[in-house]
Design a protein around this ligand. Structure first.
Ligand code: ZN
Length: 316
């Protein structure tokens, strides 16, 4: 078990943490498999740009997601970068056991806020997933007390199967996950249905319910509201934001739109506002090269890389 970087959790009030999810969320959404050597070069470039938390893969059986068959090796490599929180997704206790053995600093479990999505996606009820969170937290307590357990509440803002997801359901489930031992519970707009007013309401309630355990905003840009939703979340106190370099993965429902919020655009927004991200934009844009080399022909997105940095741009 590797110790968490000492800087973790000690950011100035007006700074944000950008959690890069491309190597997990992006890569598992595209058909092609990025060769391991390219994944490692891409992660090195992300670290060089200043990203301090990277979700590097998913601990799922390779027969389900061949793109993630090398996840343990990718984790091992990412751990050689001091000061970077190495994070991976695990869908259940079994996945978390392998992730823990690989030495991740932080494991993230997806729990659906929508009852219908939970059954369709993991064939488990939401309550059964809370028990999975409890089992992972107990494993952490017994074997790796330094490892963080995060829950991302997917479909928190709406669901393609059941439509509206009641806000009371989201807050109820967040409370259960925190009580089950999760260190952080974040909200994910898996389906790109969120709007800024809803984001303000739900994150305000989440903070009231969970205090310090209220976690990241994971926004999608399916309908063009990704950045607006991130800003709304920032305004009500969220300081950790998931994003994907080049918006990798796209959105199957909205051709031309990225799925995840584009890291380059999100960093540009915050830096332009004087809100420190710790990420160097020029180097961040340079990190697109190893991504594209590893996935030739795969579309990447982003308005800032397209337009370039404004004349006279000086990053503080
Ligand atoms: Zn996503």
């Amino acid at each position: 078990m590797n110790a968490l970087p000492a800087s973790h959790g000690h950011r100035p009030l007006n700074a944000v943490l950008i959690s890069e999810v491309g190597p997990r969320d992006g890569l598992q959404s595209v058909k092609a498999t990025m060769p391991t050597a390219h994944k490692l070069l891409w992660i090195d470039a992300l670290v060089a740009a200043g990203l301090r938390e990277i979700e590097v893969g998913s601990f799922v059986p390779a027969r389900l997601l061949p793109q993630m068959a090398d996840v343990a090796e990718v984790v091992r490599h990412a751990l050689t970068h001091a000061g970077v929180t190495v994070m991976a997704l695990a869908p259940n206790l079994r996945g978390a056991e392998v992730a823990l053995a690989a030495g991740v600093h932080k494991v993230t479990l997806p729990v659906s806020a929508s009852a219908a999505h939970s059954l369709a996606n993991v064939r488990k009820t939401r309550e059964a997933m809370v028990e999975e969170v409890r089992a992972v937290a107990q494993l952490r307590d017994a074997q790796a007390p330094g490892m963080l357990v995060e829950v991302g509440l997917s479909t928190a803002f709406g669901c393609t199967l059941q439509g509206v997801v009641p806000e009371d359901d989201v807050i109820w489930l967040a409370g259960l996950c925190a009580e089950a031992g999760a260190d952080e519970v974040g909200l994910s707009d898996t389906t790109g249905m969120a709007n800024p007013a809803q984001v303000r309401r739900l994150f305000t309630r989440l903070h009231a319910e969970l205090g310090d355990k209220a976690g990241a905003a994971h926004m999608h840009n399916t309908r063009g509201l990704g950045l607006a939703n991130c800003l709304a979340a920032y305004d009500v106190g969220v300081r950790t934001f998931d994003a994907s370099l080049g918006g990798l993965g796209g959105c199957p429902y909205a051709p031309g739109a990225s799925g995840n919020v584009v890291t380059e655009d999100l960093v540009f927004m915050f830096e332009a506002m004087g809100i420190a991200t710790g990420v160097d934009l020029e180097r961040l844009m340079a990190a697109r090269a190893p991504l594209q080399a590893g996935l030739p022909g795969e579309p990447v997105y982003g308005m800032t890389p397209e337009a370039g940095l404004p004349k006279g741009w000086v990053q503080r």
